[in-house]
Design a protein. Structure first.
Length: 217
């Protein structure tokens, strides 16, 4: 059972999220709040697996609240839920310790997938935002870099990197390659160490730059 808390200052939105989540058999809503101070106290008292936090809260931002949550209740995975598609908001949230960033206009299935993904220890970023990021990045990347040089990655690590960039979760990659999730996690850690990259977004950018995956036209 995934224990979830919802933090949003808009009552209708908050109650809508609570109702949606309570309809899922593997999700239990353990608390809700409309401001940062109440939210922090509630999260410390309930210690949920996942906290859905709006980026715009009265008195402070969801990003600042995320940093406080990770400091005081580090076991809580924070999923930012917002209407903002701006890259700077995304990166601020990830730097503050958020495990995911999903747009309020996303499909219900995407929101639920985001909750389950961050609850499993993975990172989730809305596909629309990831596509924008990669597209912008590609426009800035020159063609001079050798796309066949994978900076010391083994053949298996390159394959795992490609699957990560395609959006597969650790269990899905393990099933595709007939190895355990623990083995996939170990390879991912080695990849991040070799490339000095620290998030799925950064790995996706690298994979696109190297030609491992292609954006849909």
């Amino acid at each position: 059972m995934i224990r979830v808390a919802v933090v949003d200052d808009h009552t209708v939105m908050r109650q809508g999220l609570v109702g949606l989540l309570e309809g899922e058999p593997d999700v239990e809503v353990v608390g809700e709040a409309g401001d940062a101070e109440t939210a922090l106290a509630m999260l410390q008292a309930t210690t949920p697996d996942v906290a859905l936090i709006d980026i715009g809260l009265p008195g402070t931002s969801g990003v600042d609240l995320t940093a406080q949550v990770k400091l005081r209740v580090p076991g809580v995975a924070v999923l930012i839920v917002t209407m903002h598609e701006r890259e700077d908001y995304l990166f601020q949230a990830l730097r503050a310790g958020a495990s995911g960033y999903v747009l309020k206009g996303a499909d219900v299935r995407d929101l639920l997938a985001a909750v389950r993904t961050v609850a499993s220890g993975e990172t989730y970023v809305s596909q629309k935002l990831t596509g924008n990021l990669v597209g912008d990045y590609l426009r800035r990347v020159g063609e001079s870099e050798d796309s066949t040089d994978y900076d010391g990655l083994s053949e298996r690590e390159v394959e795992i990197l490609r699957l990560i960039a395609e959006g597969l979760t650790t269990p899905e990659i393990g099933a595709a390659l007939h190895v355990s999730p623990h083995t996939v996690q170990s390879h991912r850690d080695h990849i991040m160490t070799k490339l000095d990259l620290h998030s799925r977004v950064a790995l996706t950018k690298y994979a696109i730059r190297k030609g491992l995956i292609q954006l849909d036209p």
